[in-house]
Write a protein that binds this ligand. Sequence first.
Ligand code: ATR
Length: 273
Amino acid sequence: MGKSFAVIGDPIDHSLSPNIHSAAFRELDLDSSYIAYRIPKGELEDGIGGLKKIKIDGFNITIPHKIEMMKYLDKIDESCSLIGAVNTVSNKDGILKGYNTDMDGFLEPLKKKELNINGVKVLLIGAGGAARAIVAGFAKEKAKSITIANRTLEKATNLSKFAKTIGLDANAIEIEDIKDTAKDYDIIVNATSVGLKNESSVIELKGINEKTIVYDIVYMPMNTDFIKKAKAEKAIIIYGYEMLLGQAVRSFEIWHGIEAPYNAMKKALLGGF
Ligand code: ATR
């Protein structure tokens, strides 16, 4: 029998994950299917029950369930316990195992482009679930230090404590205190949701140069105002879709145990824009 997969979240109708995974199935001739399934906040337990009933083989989790989903796991991979949030689940005979592929997904485009982040100074904007996976990634790759800027200072302070516990030198500031200091960093990451609705970037990027890496995790639209400002300064750009692709590739490999067809998945993703 064919295998079945899903992505759960709310909203979910604009998710590109079904396109990406279906393209991989076609490319490799796998008898599998992948659907988007809307589960509103507060209905996660029932939703998971339904997925178990139909013997789903695996699923991705997106906003707003990434943290709450931890409660319904039978087994927890190290990536998942470290980050405290889950975005990928495998189901083996009713045993749900959780993974977090956001960290690897974030690092993947940097590795593909051979951009070394060992010893770099990082400015991270945002302190939510995605930011936490990114902090774990910079700790793993031994960045020199990270400044976490967030609208709500308390959340930045908490995330900065987490960074220190995993061996990364960190400090927390409010976004407005970044002022004209962007040029002092080697890599600047937007991990807020700002840009999704075409808003202006929360910071200015004046003074950065062609060696500065600017990474936006917002993938829709592809060219956010933040990316446009970085391009104007001739910085090295990493788009949000590259992280999305990276985490999808990792999820695919967890579920199927074979190498993911990267190019077919990328093509399907870019076709979705
Ligand atoms: P995710 O799982 O995608 O990280 P999240 O945990 O809800 O989502 O985090 C969203 C991030 O975007 C937070 O850092 C949030 O800032 P607050 O902690 O102050 O809420 C940030 N964010 C959302 N809208 C914002 C806005 N209009 N201006 C600045 N930051 C914003």
